[in-house]
Design a protein around this ligand. Structure first.
Ligand code: FES
Length: 257
């Protein structure tokens, strides 16, 4: 985040933007007036900051925008994603888009499906004192402490399943008294589970085989022979999943694929 402050004009202070009220927030100790409806990320931009790091998807998925803040009269340190958390009056905040965490180096091809692999690479997993601070810090409601317990019990499947929504923001690490790198440990558990333990998806094998078949090859050749205009037409006329499609939505069967 690069600091490119600008002064909030009197007009903005009195008139706001339309009917939106301006509220004060403090960014690294400096006061700014920002519209009360903005997320922290948009408020920072409104205040004149430009993101060169600490911002990615803007949709609560990439985990790049971890933020810590305090509210007036409240001793708690609070954490959240800047792109998802709405500003509050007199919020005191700063971003921690990167938090140092021990990341083991390994050749994944050499790892087996044994939990011992995780224990060897991350022995600090046994430093967990089950305080649950990691879970409280998680913006995705991952039950981080339970994941770590599952790892300690050697249950990689449970660890992988429980941590599926982890977005690697690192907020769990920032609160851990045992100094565990939870998000790296959880990622390794998911990798081992996905690659070595989860049953193979039959439909995936079928799709791979179908892709090698004549029908797909012909469709591919047709695409390769198309010019830009034809490619655009094909792209624009493609079947798109409706925005509100339910889980049962399936694409129409096409003869050319
Ligand atoms: S910018 Fe991606 S989670 Fe906030």
């Amino acid at each position: 985040m690069a600091d490119r402050e600008r002064k909030v004009t009197d007009k903005e202070k009195t008139a706001g933007t339309g009917k939106v009220k301006l509220i004060p927030v403090y960014v690294m100790g400096k006061r700014y007036l920002v519209p009360e409806t903005l997320t922290i990320m948009k408020a920072l931009e409104y205040a004149g900051y430009r993101f060169i790091r600490g911002c990615g998807c803007r949709g609560g998925i990439c985990g790049a925008c971890a933020t810590v803040y305090r509210k007036p009269g409240d001793y708690h340190i609070r954490v959240g994603l800047a792109c998802q958390t709405v500003v509050e009056p007199d919020m005191y905040l700063t971003q921690i888009p990167f938090y140092p965490a021990n990341r083991a180096s390994y050749d994944f091809a050499q790892l087996s499906d044994s939990p011992e692999e995780i224990f060897k690479l991350y022995p600090e997993v046994f430093r967990c004192i089950a305080c649950n601070s990691c879970t409280k810090a998680c913006p995705m409601d991952v039950q981080v402490m339970d994941v770590i317990s599952a790892v300690k019990q050697g249950n990689i499947e449970r660890a992988a399943t429980l941590s599926f929504s982890c977005i690697q923001c690192g907020l769990c690490v920032s609160r851990c008294m045992g100094e565990l790198p939870q998000y790296h440990i959880m990622q390794l558990a998911r990798r081992i589970y996905g690659s070595r333990i989860a049953p193979r998806a039959e439909h995936l094998n079928e799709a791979v085989e179908a892709a090698k078949g004549e029908k797909c090859q012909q469709a591919l050749e047709k695409l390769m022979k198309s010019d830009i205009k034809q490619l655009r037409e094909i792209y624009q006329s493609r079947e798109i999943e409706p925005e509100m499609a339910g889980e049962d939505w399936t694409p129409a069967k096409r003869d050319d694929l």
